[in-house]
Design a protein around this ligand. Structure first.
Ligand code: FRU
Length: 452
């Protein structure tokens, strides 16, 4: 089976959202949206990968595929929970109103119905696609109380006294909304509440994820149509500190939103709890072009999510940080997994990483990828963080097709997809620049057959 280290990548096909992220029986399972037959979005399946350490990944093939009326045109995004040793997956099945006779894998008119479906697995590897699926929430009739088409992406979690589910949806006046459900047995689900935001934030909310941290609750959600500069993409992942009352599923927004990532490529993040009880998230990096015509889509480094004084931090998972332990003097000495630059970037400083430019201007970290992203003018070339407050430190993880900049250990993160990156590093007014790569002798777990 194919393996990846650091960044999990599409195994020679198309992938998008992470799904069913869970630490289960000693391994991390990451499912994901996948079209296995071509390097473009199509009838969705769930691909499957596992890892023991969030550093080394092994691909396990297809977990879910369309098999019944309700999901005949795709198994859309969803989540996983464990109960009494079993893994329960929840996802959205879609059934198109009409089929494009030329291409059954694309929806001709954005008209389809969405059902919420569950499937249970004894071991996290075998899924009875043909007999084991059960529709738990049928499609809505029309636009009230929620949209029959745009209601999807169940995220399930264990609350204090019951199981809870949040769905992304839209109101009948075209605003994003959340639908909350409760269950005592993971099978029968009852509607509890519907929530939207006073100030408009896109017209439909995809992939909601709500969780508690030591310092209060956080909502991550991916609103459609939230960015209005005419560039690809208009949909973008945001996060907000919120107050959530479980008994009523009442959610209040106390602050404005942050972007989950300021590079504008990361979308549909999903979180789980790691081996040590930390909240860890992973997100899909959207790519305009397949790499070598073979694969499209990859995931960011798993990030620990923390809320402090109403600011949300995304820090590199410590396992990944530790893996980059071998000091080198040039990127040319780095292995397949790329390298990490550790530096101080004071006001006016700049660094050019093989054609990708990072500067500090007016207390923001600003990037320009135009030399390593040619031919994609509809996409954003430049990006910037808000004004940083906490210091000058950057950790920059450089992979062939993805650069992730962690500012002040997660105060902000800015990640960019790139192509044809060079090997030269040039810098000006940069302090304490160090380069690290993964020590392959220490990181050899990837060779184990974890799917068996
Ligand atoms: C987000 C999304 C989800 C949906 C899935 C379909 O990227 O549109 O809302 O479930 O992708 O692939």
């Amino acid at each position: 089976m194919k393996t990846d280290r650091i960044h999990l990548k599409a195994p020679g096909c198309w992938i998008n959202d992470p799904n069913g992220f869970i630490y289960y029986k000693g391994q991390y399972h990451l499912f994901y949206q996948c079209f296995p037959y071509a390097v473009e979005w199509g009838t969705m399946h769930w691909g499957h990968a596992v890892s023991r350490d969030l550093v080394n990944w092994e691909h396990c093939g297809i977990a879910l595929f369309p098999s019944r009326y309700e999901d005949q045109n795709g198994c859309f995004s969803g989540s996983a929970v464990e109960h009494e040793g079993k893994m329960y997956l929840y996802y959205t099945g879609v059934h198109y109103d009409t089929i494009n006779p030329q291409n059954i894998h694309k929806n001709p008119n954005d008209r389809y119905e969405s059902s919420q479906i569950m499937i249970c697995s004894e071991d996290g590897f075998t899924f009875d696609n043909l007999n084991g699926k059960r529709v738990i929430i049928p499609p809505f009739a029309d636009r009230e109380p929620a949209d029959r088409t745009h209601t999807r992406d169940p995220k399930v979690w264990r609350g204090k006294d019951a199981w809870y589910m949040v769905l992304g949806s839209r109101t009948n006046d075209d605003r994003g909304q959340l639908l909350f459900y409760r269950s005592v047995d993971l099978q029968e689900w009852h509607s509890v509440n519907r929530v939207t935001k006073e100030t408009t934030l896109g017209w439909m909310w995809e992939c909601p994820d709500l969780f508690e941290t030591a310092d209060g609750a956080v909502l991550m959600v991916s609103p459609m149509g939230v960015l209005k500069d005419g560039k690809r993409e208009a949909n973008h992942a945001v996060c907000l500190p919120v107050e959530f009352e479980e008994s009523t599923c009442n959610l209040t927004f106390s602050q404005e939103y942050q972007f989950v990532d300021y590079g504008m490529d990361l979308y549909a993040p999903q979180s789980t709890v790691d081996e040590q009880g930390r909240r860890v998230m992973i997100g899909w990096m959207r790519m305009p072009e397949a790499v070598e015509g073979r694969w499209n889509g990859m995931f960011c480094i798993p990030r620990i999510v923390e809320r402090k004084d109403s600011h949300i931090y995304f820090r590199v998972h410590p396992n990944v940080e530790r893996a980059f332990s071998k000091k080198i003097s040039s990127p040319k000495e780095a292995g397949e997994s790329g390298y990490r630059l550790s530096l101080e970037l004071p006001e006016g400083g700049r660094i050019d990483i093989g054609g990708y430019k990072v500067t500090r201007i007016g207390n923001r970290i600003c990037t320009d990828r135009s030399d390593v992203f040619t031919g994609h003018e509809a996409w954003r070339m430049e990006a910037a963080t808000p004004e940083i407050k906490e210091g000058n430190h950057l950790d920059i993880y450089v992979d062939r097709n993805l650069i992730e900049i962690y500012v002040n250990h997660g105060e902000y993160v800015l990640s960019s997809v790139v192509y044809d990156l060079g090997m030269e590093i040039r810098s000006e007014a940069v302090e304490t620049l160090e380069i690290y790569t993964v020590d392959s002798n220490r990181e050899s777990k990837g060779g184990q057959m974890m799917c068996d």
